[in-house]
Design a protein around this ligand. Structure first.
Ligand code: GLP
Length: 265
């Protein structure tokens, strides 16, 4: 409730907010929240931290599941998503660390790590609200174009354009960006009872338009569309698939966009 109302304080989401208002988390029945990394959620995290510090919000009865993590860099690495989440959010709120779940990209058995993550989500009764961002290529979490709509938490090779986009976090050194990640699947995201996606900036405008305005294409994840984007040094793809359009199949998804991101609509 608080996450949602924070994002849109003066315009509550009618039915959705009313439904969530009824939900009072307890230690036995915690609120299960899916969380992203990246620059998109930072403003939200800062606002939530302020509320916690002002005593208006508590995460004591919240369990979180992060969307993804790089493979092969230790948790202590400054650019691991584990480090990011504690630096930007968890260290500043009152969530017990035992209630924080983040995939371990250095686990000895990565497949087992992914399967156990899905099981843990199930054990909590599924995710109530998934807060997310999207990549410029329309990925959600690290579900790159072409990811199966039925996909679950798994290992994923990153698309070249994602590696390029994320190089900014690795001193613009493309070679330092991990090539693989663990990520929740598209089906894991779609299983959440609500999804809120934050989309900001011109660079996301095409992905946003493909997510919601490809009327003749529908869920263009399934139907290849004729958009040609040529990235330097990558293979030009004659057809693109936009994972984010899979959200059209979800009954309670809200996309929160700034004006720049809407420029292709
Ligand atoms: C990464 C993450 C995604 C995130 C995306 C957008 O690729 N794996 O979960 O949504 O970046 O990041 P930003 O918000 O910095 O644009």
């Amino acid at each position: 409730k608080r996450c949602v109302s924070l994002i849109s304080t003066d315009r509550p989401f009618s039915a959705q907010t009313n439904r969530i208002n009824e939900f009072a988390p307890t230690p036995e029945r915690p609120f299960v929240l899916g969380l992203p990394t990246g620059s998109s959620p930072i403003v939200t995290y800062r606002a939530l931290i302020k509320l916690v510090k002002a005593g208006k919000l508590s995460f004591k009865n919240v369990v979180t599941f992060n969307m993804d993590e790089y493979v092969g860099i230790p948790r202590e690495h400054p650019e691991s998503y584990h480090t990011f989440m504690f630096r930007e959010f968890f260290s500043h709120i009152d969530i017990p660390p035992s209630q924080v779940n983040i995939l371990d990209g250095t686990a000895l058995d990565l497949v087992e790590e992914c399967n156990a993550y899905e099981e843990r989500i199930k054990k909590y009764g599924g995710i109530e609200l998934f807060l997310g961002g999207i990549g410029e290529d329309g990925h959600i979490a690290f579900n790159e174009p072409g990811s199966s709509l039925a996909s679950r938490t798994r290992i994923k090779t990153l698309a070249y354009d994602t590696i390029l986009a994320n190089a900014r976090f690795f001193n613009n050194d493309i070679s330092a960006v991990p090539r693989m990640a663990l990520t929740v699947g598209v089906a894991t995201v779609l299983d959440a009872r609500e999804i809120v996606i934050i989309v900001t900036g011109l660079r996301k405008a095409l992905a946003l338009s493909k997510a919601i305005a490809g009327v003749e294409e529908g869920v263009n994840h399934l139907v290849c569309v004729s958009v040609v984007i040529v990235y330097p040094e990558s293979n030009p793809l004659p057809y693109r698939k936009w994972t984010v359009s899979a959200l059209q199949n979800h009954p309670w998804t809200l996309l929160v966009a700034d004006e720049d991101a809407t420029s292709e609509l």
